[in-house]
Write a protein that binds this ligand. Structure first.
Ligand SMILES: Cc1cc2nc3c(=O)[nH]c(=O)nc-3n(C[C@H](O)[C@H](O)[C@H](O)COP(=O)(O)OP(=O)(O)OC[C@H]3O[C@@H](n4cnc5c(N)ncnc54)[C@H](O)[C@@H]3O)c2cc1C
Length: 398
């Protein structure tokens, strides 16, 4: 339930609240979270009360309805803390709510969005399968119409929040004779329905406190009213709405993570003395920091510009993909340099930077891996230059 005073906040006051929450609660709780191997319940309750599950959901459906520019500015703040915290509400604010908002029926919106905004209904986005990772259009899970229901069979893997979600936005083949994207639909599946089971992996390299999970569907009956938008064959198009939103949030997450790593590392370098003075006085160290700062700010500017374009009503999907590609690579480069600058403290002991180094590595793999974005952007450039001589999403005055 979102606190009443939060619902009354204007944006500057809300941003301040989230910055304070990050500094006073999220960052100090990181060691406890790491020891417990999970985000503490009291932090999840605070996230819900502060409206973090509802930042992208319209007021009409119980959310806070911040613009995309405001959402990324909030993300820059709360992802100065471990990005594991964000992953607990990420699938609600981006992937799932936005697909439901744009493509769900009014009944589906009314049933799901207010509870999602309040943090009372956690949704996971179930697309990836063992045989369908980068090549998602060839997924094999089926949802075959059987009277008033769909009968769902198959399994998903690497699904964020799978083990504690209340519902899965599940992508399944409703037309088994159509092997590509045109045969795929989106269904809202109750996580407690008979035939649904989940499992967690034994090991996680990064994101260990919010592990991804497997979902198995064995003859699961899903009422036909749970077909997103009541339309078959549009599942992957519907998914893209949430994916574009989430990709920009991921890019902003990379900026937040790189900011924290550079703050922590610079503080260490100011305090650590070698060769008769602080390491921060060495020219080579300053060059590494300066280069990292320039890349961080380039990433921040790209995210902000993409968000502003988004708020003007044009979804700059190529620029968003470029932001996700650039920022995730930037965060990994910065993380690697920070670990180097920390020396042994970057490998031995509880410093937060090495943990973040492992966490940011995953950001180059999900929401489209870097090679997939490079390939798609190159293809889009070639096709558009062929068609009209311009580059994608440059919005030239012509
Ligand atoms: C922490 C985490 C959270 C995730 N959360 C979710 C979630 O909530 N929901 C969900 O549905 N999925 C989720 N995923 C899955 C994620 O989207 C997939 O891991 C991703 O799409 C890549 O698929 P794959 O792992 O099967 O890799 P593969 O498809 O096997 O690809 C492996 C590598 O091969 C290379 N490659 C593949 N295809 C090409 C190509 N055409 N050109 C060049 N190189 C290529 C890339 O380097 C790629 O990283 C998550 C993954 C992780 C790690």
């Amino acid at each position: 339930m979102i606190d009443q005073d939060v619902l009354r906040c204007d944006f500057p006051a809300y941003l301040r609240k989230i910055a304070d929450f990050t500094d006073d609660e999220l960052i100090p709780t990181e060691p406890e979270m790491v020891d417990a191997g999970a985000v503490p319940e009291r932090i999840l309750d605070r996230m819900a009360a502060l409206g973090l599950f509802g930042i992208s959901i319209p007021r009409a459906y119980g959310g806070l309805e911040w613009t995309m520019e405001q959402q990324v500015r909030l993300t820059f703040e709360f992802t100065r803390a471990s990005c594991v915290y964000r992953s607990r509400f990420s699938t609600v604010i981006g992937l799932c709510s936005q697909a439901i908002l744009d493509h769900g029926t009014e009944e589906q919106r009314r049933e799901m969005l207010p509870a999602m905004a309040a943090g009372e209904l956690v949704t996971a986005f179930a697309l990836t399968e063992e045989e369908a990772g980068s090549d998602a259009a060839h997924l094999r899970t089926t949802a075959i119409r059987d009277g008033a229901d769909y009968l769902v069979n198959g399994s998903k893997r690497y699904i964020t929040n799978a083990a504690w979600a209340d519902a899965f936005l599940t992508f399944a083949r409703t037309d088994p004779d159509e092997p590509g994207a045109a045969g795929v639909s989106a269904l809202i599946v109750d996580a407690r329905a008979p035939g649904v089971s989940t499992a967690l992996p034994r090991y996680m390299n990064g994101h260990a406190e919010a592990p991804v999970g497997e979902i198995r569907f064995r003859g699961v009956r899903v009422p036909a009213g749970q077909l997103l938008g009541g339309v078959e064959g549009q599942g992957l198009k519907m998914a893209l709405r949430g994916i574009n939103h989430a990709r920009l949030h991921v890019a902003a997450t990379c900026v937040g993570q790189a900011t924290r790593m550079l703050e922590e590392t610079t503080a260490h370098l100011n305090g650590r003395e070698q060769f008769g003075g602080p390491l921060a006085d060495l020219g080579a160290v300053r060059s590494t920091l300066g280069e990292s700062y320039a890349e961080l700010e380039a990433g921040r500017a790209l995210v902000m510009e993409s968000a502003r374009t988004f708020d003007r009503g044009e979804v700059p999907r190529h620029r968003i993909a470029a932001a996700k590609l650039y920022c995730s690579e930037m965060a990994s480069r910065v993380a690697d340099r920070c670990v180097q600058l920390l020396g042994g403290a970057g490998i031995v002991g509880p410093h937060p930077v090495p943990r973040m180094w492992r966490d940011v590595r995953a950001l180059r793999i999900y929401e489209g891996s870097s090679p997939i974005h490079q390939r798609n952007l190159g293809r889009a450039m070639i096709e558009q230059v062929r068609a009209d001589g311009t580059l994608p999403d440059t919005f030239r005055a012509r």
